[in-house]
Design a protein. Structure first.
Length: 417
């Protein structure tokens, strides 16, 4: 019986891991391919058109996060699949109009493209949260958005350079190529079984949260939420800078084979992060696992700082720096998506869901990304992207280190009610 149960659990882990991985990877094909284009010689309102496209999509994506605080936290299991399909369809149609409508009027459709995509993570993760295997399932899902950005941008770059597709049509065509994979992922998600009683006993039953329950949660953990969100804002800003302008970074150092590097540079990061995060499934004690998160966050900040000092002093190459800072940033970033909030709820035995906490953090994080992009474009100091990334890494790592220690002290003193 034990062997049969073990095989059944293993089969579920494999199926669910594949489902979340390919579904979220496919989402990136609707969101990120346009950043593989450079849109050279296109200026609008005195601003580089690519920056405007990124900001427009980010504004839509950020607004989506604010919607998600309510929509995802209140989403019932019966409405997950139709919600997921509807959101992805809206995004894809927006890319079609981005291709059809001429420059510069198509800018509005990049905003509309981002508007539904910000809720995809919460909908997909709701299929796998609150399970004894959530860490490994969440790590599988999170590893997809380490490699997927590089993959879809590599495909997008290939579509332009080899197929000769225009930069405006490339995002729609790239999304079309990933559409069959998306359908398979959604089908597998829909067929997953619900958490069983053992899952509920180990991780606390997950349920929709109404407005009063969200307000109570905020009051109960206000200082911890504020510090946790501030860390996440720093991680999100730096991740977006590194991700959205990777092509410009590699160009600035004279790299030739950019499509290959966009994929290869992310693979070791994904593998290492997946192993570390997935191994947390072995820690059954929710309190222990919860506090390990602070060590992960501190380690990420410290590694980011040390590697940047080494790169700044030309002691490591640009390629190694991009890989190391990618790991140091993605490790705590993915811990937020898979471990931190999951074990927070389980340790304090709160009947709610991850959607609320995650979307409060995401809403603040992406707003921060927009503000930093605007600062980069409109300040009077003309930084190159390499220099700007280096300074951003110094600033980000310092804040993360301080807040990780402070937040750990806050929760260490907090007593279970």
């Amino acid at each position: 019986m034990l062997n049969r149960l073990s095989k059944k659990e293993l089969a579920f882990i494999v199926k669910a891991s594949v489902a979340v991985f390919i579904t979220y990877l496919s989402m990136y094909a609707f969101r990120k391919p346009f950043t593989a284009a450079q849109f050279q010689n296109k200026i609008l309102w005195g601003v580089d058109y690519k920056i405007l496209l990124i900001i427009a999509q980010l504004i839509g994506y950020t607004i989506s996060k604010y919607f998600g605080i309510k929509i995802v936290s209140e989403l019932s299991a019966s409405k997950r699949t139709i919600t997921l399909i509807s959101l992805m369809a809206f995004s894809w149609i927006s890319l079609l109009f981005f291709a059809i409508v001429p420059f510069p009027y198509n800018l509005a459709f990049m905003f509309l493209n981002g508007l539904p995509l910000g809720m995809i993570w919460g909908v997909v993760f709701s299929y796998i949260e609150g399970r004894r295997d959530t860490e490994i399932l969440g790590a599988s899902m999170a590893s997809s958005f380490i490699v997927s950005s590089g993959i879809v941008k590599g495909v997008g770059n290939y579509v332009i350079t080899v197929w000769g597709i225009s930069e405006m049509w490339m995002p729609f065509i790239t999304a079309l190529l990933f559409l069959p994979i998306l359908f398979i992922g959604i089908f597998l998600l829909h067929s997953l079984s619900a958490p069983n009683e053992e899952d509920k006993n180990l991780r606390t039953e997950r349920s929709p949260m109404n407005k009063a329950e969200r307000a109570h949660f905020l009051n109960q953990f206000a200082p911890g939420i504020i510090m946790s969100v501030m860390i996440y804002v720093c991680l999100t800003i730096f991740r977006d800078l590194r991700d959205n302008f990777a092509v410009e970074f590699w160009n600035s150092i004279g790299l030739k084979n950019i499509p290959t590097m966009l994929v290869i540079s992310e693979i070791p990061i994904a593998v290492l992060v997946l192993v570390i995060i997935g191994s947390m499934i072995l820690i059954k004690n929710n309190r222990t696992a919860f506090f390990i998160n602070f060590l992960i966050i501190f380690f990420g900040g410290a590694t980011l700082l040390v590697s940047t000092i080494l790169f700044y002093n030309q002691l490591i190459s640009a390629t190694w720096w991009m890989i190391i800072v990618g790991f140091s940033m993605y490790l705590p970033y993915i811990a937020y998506h898979t471990l931190f909030f999951e074990r927070w709820i389980a340790y304090f035995k709160i009947k709610c869901n991850i959607g609320f906490l995650m979307y409060v953090a995401d809403a603040a994080g992406y707003l921060g990304s927009i503000l930093v992009l605007l600062f980069k474009n409109f300040n009077n100091i003309n930084y190159g992207w390499v220099t700007f990334l280096v300074y951003s890494a110094f600033f980000t790592s310092s804040i993360i280190i301080v807040l990780a220690i402070t937040n750990y002290s806050y929760f260490k003193k907090l007593k279970l009610s």
